[in-house]
Design a protein around this ligand. Structure first.
Ligand code: ZN
Ligand code: ZN
Length: 237
């Protein structure tokens, strides 16, 4: 808690997908650093990318459809522990990752499996049907050679501007000031995969610490701010 602002990170991966740390360690890390709200958002992958990885015998690094309910149960259990031990709210989430078509979508407070191969409109519709929040992460607006940059959402940002509850104005160390300039709703997240990613841009929300208040604050996007969390110098391993 910073003044009466809640310190939030709504984009976090664990080793249930491609993050390095186990879920419990992630919760303990954020809990001991004094975070108020986190969302665990492990990847759900589109079926084509999944098939490819299976064919090449690469690690899957994603939550499979059949494992989704189990994933949610794990998150609910950790949410109880996080609240009991740290008074930290854990919102179950997922990053619906369509690597085939180049878009990722964060679903915060997700309750049911959503297939990433659906269109952006259908995915967001499903997210909203469940009362969850849809965030457009890392809105890269330039393709960097040799790097997958998930440029699809930004390429279509005029069409999708109002569709999402918020866009990431910052993702880890990257700032996307175009989002701010265009006055889109915004949040800032670490896209946490490794321990030192915690030292990065975060969201501050001024509201009560419960899921409905958090979601309303993101949707209304009035009592919101971004914050560079740098409690100590960046530590590598
Ligand atoms: Zn992503
Ligand atoms: Zn991510």
């Amino acid at each position: 808690m910073l003044g009466n602002w809640l310190l939030c990170d709504l984009h976090i991966h664990t080793n249930l997908s491609d993050g390095r740390l186990p879920l419990e360690e992630v919760v303990d890390l954020y809990g001991t650093k004094g975070f108020d709200v986190i969302s665990i958002t492990d990847h759900i992958l589109d079926s084509k990318t999944l098939e490819e990885r299976q064919k090449k015998k690469e690690p899957i690094e994603a939550i499979k459809r059949d494992d989704f309910q189990n994933y949610l149960r794990l998150l609910w259990k950790e949410a109880q522990r996080a609240w009991g031990k740290y008074e930290m709210l854990l919102l179950p989430g997922a990053e619906l990752s369509n690597n085939w078509k180049n878009y990722h979508i964060l679903a915060i407070d997700i309750k049911e499996y959503i297939a990433p191969e659906l269109s952006v409109e259908r995915i967001v519709e499903h997210i909203h049907e469940h009362g969850a929040i849809a965030i457009a992460p890392h809105p890269y607006h330039k393709a960097t050679e040799g790097k997958q940059t998930y440029i699809y959402l930004w390429n279509n940002h005029q069409k999708y501007a109002e569709l999402f509850d918020a866009w990431e104005v910052a993702n880890r160390d990257d700032l996307f000031n175009v989002i701010g300039l265009k006055k889109f709703n915004y949040v800032a997240n670490s896209d946490f995969h490794k321990p030192w990613h915690i030292y990065s841009w975060k969201t501050l929300l001024r509201c009560e610490k419960n899921p409905e208040a958090i979601k309303t604050a993101i949707r209304e996007n009035e009592a919101v701010s971004i914050y560079l969390f740098r409690e100590e110098k960046r530590i590598k391993e």
